[in-house]
Design a protein around this ligand. Structure first.
Ligand code: SF4
Length: 236
């Protein structure tokens, strides 16, 4: 693992968000067999696509230790990745199911499980240092898929971009000044699918767009993440 990648990994006992650290400790006592720590990214640092979710689910990634593994959202996400040739193997909701990602890495805007799946604004801002380090650790990164508006905003802020210039909208493709592409989707949560805010067809349509982008030849080496280019990249 590179030095940059190590910088993107918080320690298991990361203390920066006291509320989340206390919540972790409660579940470490209640469920000593669960992962109960900041959930590291899944997938190769050489990936071209980074998928950014919101935060680990209590009984999903917080239990299993792999993003989107063990809950409803993971079923839809990994099935879709497989359908588009971005994963090999069979997803079985376990970190040892042998599933391997192809050209994809998955992480969350917030690495620790928040109560009620709701991180506070300060916690999202505090954990952003690890998201920013993640971008820096991925030399071949071409596209970012933000699952939900909070992930979208945190990505922009981690890249030093003004949120107002790139408003969140499902299916929207944002060409960022650095040469990266940011694609938006509603989060693939059970709530969003049950309420029909997000259908399987809508989610697959987003991945069809991404697959098209990844199939196109890379235009030019992108500047380092966080490097600013042009007026649209002024910090917000
Ligand atoms: S959410 Fe991020 S910054 Fe906050 S305690 Fe967890 S790893 Fe540390």
């Amino acid at each position: 693992m590179t030095v940059s990648a190590l910088a993107a990994l918080p320690p298991r006992d990361c203390p920066f968000c006291p509320r989340l650290a206390a919540y972790r400790e409660v579940h470490q006592r209640l469920h000593p067999d669960w992962f109960n720590a900041p959930v590291p990214p899944f997938g190769d640092e050489q990936a071209e696509l980074l998928i950014v979710g919101l935060a680990p689910g209590l009984k999903g990634a917080n239990r299993t230790g792999r993003p989107f593994t063990g809950d409803y959202a993971g079923g839809l996400l990994y099935d879709t990745l497989s359908k588009f040739g971005l994963a090999d193997g069979v997803y079985d909701a376990r970190p040892d199911d042998g599933l391997a990602l192809r050209r994809v890495r998955i992480t969350n805007a917030v690495r620790c499980v928040p109560p009620q799946n709701k991180p506070e604004t300060g916690e999202i801002a505090t954990c952003r240092r690890f998201l920013a380090a993640e971008f820096a650790a991925m030399p071949r990164l071409r596209a970012i898929l933000a699952l939900g508006a909070i992930a979208h905003q945190s990505v922009l802020m981690a890249l030093g971009l003004r949120r107002g210039l790139f408003p969140f909208a499902h299916g929207q493709v944002h060409a960022l000044p650095s040469g990266l592409v940011l694609v938006d989707s509603y989060h693939c949560s059970r709530l969003n699918t049950n309420t029909r805010r997000l259908s399987v067809a809508m989610f697959e349509s987003v991945f069809a767009t991404i697959a098209q982008r990844l199939a196109a030849p890379e235009r030019a080496p992108r500047p380092a993440c966080g490097e600013r280019a042009g007026p649209a990249s002024a910090a917000g």
